[in-house]
Design a protein around this ligand. Structure first.
Ligand SMILES: Cc1ncc(COP(=O)(O)O)c(C=O)c1O
Length: 493
């Protein structure tokens, strides 16, 4: 080949190579083709999960670090680099309802709750159908209600909420109901309830008008009320029905606790407007996820508009996480999760009741009678998230002050527009908090002169309750049998 041919050949090679290289690069770098994940995320999760915090704390992916190493975040009464130091005089907070009792469940079922969210994932404002709500998640929520039997979702509209205190979720619902009937202007709820949340509804368009029972017998109860019905109720755990009657009044049913771990499920709720929150179902309070099930299309559309104009929907990451969690829950038709929750809360009731029965210092709220539960297919009693104690000694007018003497803070009964002689203790906090609560309550009752011996109180095995007695023998024997291996998992569910 002479020199001229050489140059020609090189030029030809260049011209053919360049388009080929460009073609290959567009093939591999074109939008839509993503590089493989390198497993770094999984390694990070494994590394943080393996940090030892003595069972009294946890390290988090976004937690504190020292010299680039993540460190333990200790539970309230523990300190030290591995959370092994107990602070004996610390204050035990039994006030808030942070559902940390579910943390061990999700540690055990880590794979059912872990998601990896790559940087390119759903960065759009919308899903592909232009909507803000994952259809797949909506389907899973319907399925969950179907297997639990706690709410009718067929031919109902579902909307998600990211900020789901009763106030916020209900704001949109109240707003929607007001637009459906402008004559509605008064909001009521039955005591005990959280006044500060209800008083939020005092505005120019409507006002909070107090306890439902004030209007029960009035002619105008047929008029312009929006009634809040929380069932089971927070804080007393009772199943509630609407009180007011009339063709024009509307109701919002807060069914946050209408799950088989808190109450019997006698029948699926089929109300016009029902709201739920993830936190009372799986414990993921921090995900701020709730949903409403709505019969009337107009009300649904108004709630949708409210969502569009306020938050523009729930973050896609949250929806993805909830989808993952619910898929895991549905694998066993809810049995594993509900079993864990039911067992834990009932066991806590049993332990607390046994201690309280040692003296006459306190009585506990009257619980609803046994009801047939369609989920467990048997009669069962309620296992509310809060215990409501009443101080029985005449001198103990401020019940919370009695608890404060052993460094326990509960929620004052007067906060719920209820009697101030009562105090509410959360039974859904983490195990450390609950163990310390029991320890302190035991100190309190054993100091009381009227205390019975432990043997006496255990033989009684039921506590005195307001106006009636709710027997805990059922709880006690069932747990005894289970701990002795006499009862198997399936016979409970
Ligand atoms: C009856 C009721 N509904 C809804 C909520 C809202 O729960 P969260 O803020 O954990 O989603 C609560 C919280 O305690 C509640 O008690």
């Amino acid at each position: 080949m002479d020199k001229a041919q050489n140059i020609l050949f090189s030029l030809f090679l260049c011209f053919s190579l360049v388009p080929n290289l460009l073609y290959i690069s567009t093939l591999y770098l074109k939008p839509g083709r993503r590089p493989e994940l390198d497993g770094k995320d999984a390694a990070e999760v494994r590394a943080v999960a393996s940090i030892w915090c003595s069972g009294h704390g946890r390290a988090f992916l976004d937690g504190f670090s020292i010299d680039g190493k993540l460190i333990c975040e200790c539970n309230a009464c523990y300190r030290g680099h591995d959370c092994s130091e107990l602070l004996p005089a610390c204050v035990v907070d039994a006030d808030n309802g942070d559902p940390l009792f579910l943390e061990p469940f999700w540690v055990q079922h880590a794979a059912n709750g872990t998601i990896a969210v790559p940087g390119w994932h759903r960065i759009s404002h919308h899903f592909n159908d232009g909507l803000l709500i994952s259809n797949e998640l909506k389907t899973r929520i319907r399925k969950l209600h179907e297997v639990t039997g706690n709410a009718v979702t067929k031919e109902r509209f579902i909307i998600f909420w990211s900020w789901c205190n009763p106030t916020s979720q209900c704001c949109s619902a109240v707003h929607a109901l007001l637009s459906s009937d402008p004559s509605l202007s008064r909001v009521v709820a039955s005591t005990p309830h959280y006044p500060e949340q209800m008083e939020f509804f005092n505005s120019s368009g409507y006002k909070f008008d107090g306890d439902t029972f004030l209007y029960n017998n009035q002619i105008d109860s047929e008029g312009n009320f929006i009634e809040f019905v929380t069932s089971p109720n927070n804080p007393d755990g009772q199943l509630k029905k609407g009180v007011l009657r009339g063709p024009f009044m509307k109701r919002i049913h807060d069914l946050a606790y209408y799950w088989p771990h808190y109450t019997a499920i006698p029948a699926p709720a089929d109300e016009d407007l029902m709201i739920f929150t993830l936190s009372k179902l799986t414990g993921h309070a921090g995900s701020r996820f709730g949903w409403a099930i709505i019969k009337d299309e107009f009300v649904y559309q108004r709630m949708l508009t409210y969502m569009l104009l306020s938050t523009y929907g729930v973050s896609r990451e949250t929806q993805l996480r909830v989808l993952k969690l619910l898929n895991g829950v549905l694998e066993s038709k809810g049995r594993e999760l509900f079993y864990f929750e039911y067992q834990t809360i009932r066991n806590r009731w049993k332990q607390l009741s046994r201690i309280l029965s040692m003296s006459k210092l306190f009585s506990v709220q009257e619980l609803d009678p046994l009801l047939y539960c369609s989920y467990y297919e048997k009669l069962r009693g309620p296992s509310p998230a809060f215990a409501r104690l009443k101080c029985e000694r005449e001198e103990d007018e401020n019940c919370n002050a009695v608890l404060k003497s052993v460094n326990v803070t509960g929620r004052n009964g007067s906060l719920f527009s209820a009697k101030s002689r009562s105090v509410h203790l959360s039974l859904v906090k983490g195990q450390d908090d609950f163990d310390l609560l029991l320890e302190r309550m035991e100190m309190l009752v054993s100091e009381d002169k009227s205390s019975k011996t432990r043997e006496q109180s255990e033989s009684i095995a039921n506590v005195s309750v307001w106006n009636a007695s709710y027997h805990l023998e059922g709880f006690a024997s069932e747990f005894k049998e289970r701990s002795e291996g006499l009862l198997d998992f399936d016979s409970i569910l």
